[in-house]
Design a binder for this molecule. Sequence first.
Ligand code: R1P
Ligand code: URA
Length: 332
Amino acid sequence: MQRRSSQYYHDTNGVPLEDGRTHHVGVAKGEVANRIVLVGSSSRAVTLCSLLDGAPQFSIKSHRGFETYTGTFQGTPVSIITTGMGGPMMDFAVRELRHVVDGDLVMVRLGSCGGLSPEAVPGAVVANTPGSVRIARNFDATFEDESDANYVISQRRAAPDVALAQRLAAELARDCDVVYGLNASADSFYDAQGRVDANFRDCNGNVLERLRARGVASVEMESCYLLHLAAHGTRIRAATCAIVAANRGTGAVVEKDAFEAVEARAGRAVLRTVAALPADVPPPPPAPRETGAELGSALRAMQIRLGMRPEGATEADRKRFEDEDLDRPYGR
Ligand code: R1P
Ligand code: URA
């Protein structure tokens, strides 16, 4: 867990840094490779880490729940990073990672999704070669009836890097059942994905039908943000794919064991993809990982500074940490 300093912002416009680390993702220059796999969950990150050449040389968990692991896959430096759920989390990740990595960035998201097309059966992997649209609750609508105005589907789609998306699809096809299809990223797991909840007036009965009419094969929550930011960012190549957890038309769901097996097969395919693609600038060697003892003592120091009394802490410990100038003043 990273240590916090007293200033969030050294300037109110740029990426907030604390001791050189980005405020939300919690990474500094030299800690992240320029080939990155983005996943939603911690458990998927662990699965992907098990496919690396050895244990990651660097890992950190930020105070906002982002996890970063840097190691090598078949000799090539790669980072595996968790983005949690939703567009804003992906936005933090892409912007802060761009800030700390020099040169080309290659980013592939391996997510999970709901299948909309009949081919997107549980356990299949949807490779979003056409990219992704976005669907969002419309706060200007009245929600009095099932009007199309309640949910806005973007007219334009965010497209992936063509070469990267094609390579990803080809690598996935070696080990997984692949469906090639357009994705929709929703701003909620619930209303904007057509889930009905008697506790809320969501008026979303036609959402899935409208998405199908647009040719959408899968629905999840982050890919459109990644693809759109990459397309409008500096030297970022991105592509996305997601494992179907359930088909929203048939109601069929994937078994946990089968899902985890696909995560490993798709994970290997994604790692092969990012490792194979040329990216100009090799990252510097990863910083040394904090040991368990160092993490333990940092936590203890923080607890004492916050006025807590971890086991064995004395009044002298409290005074010592109070006197220590750990927080650099604004602007220095
Ligand atoms: C919802 O369960 C989450 O699963 C999907 C959605 O995009 C959302 O983040 O992806 P991940 O499994 O990658 O998190
Ligand atoms: N993730 C989503 O966002 N939706 C689903 O239906 C499954 C996974």
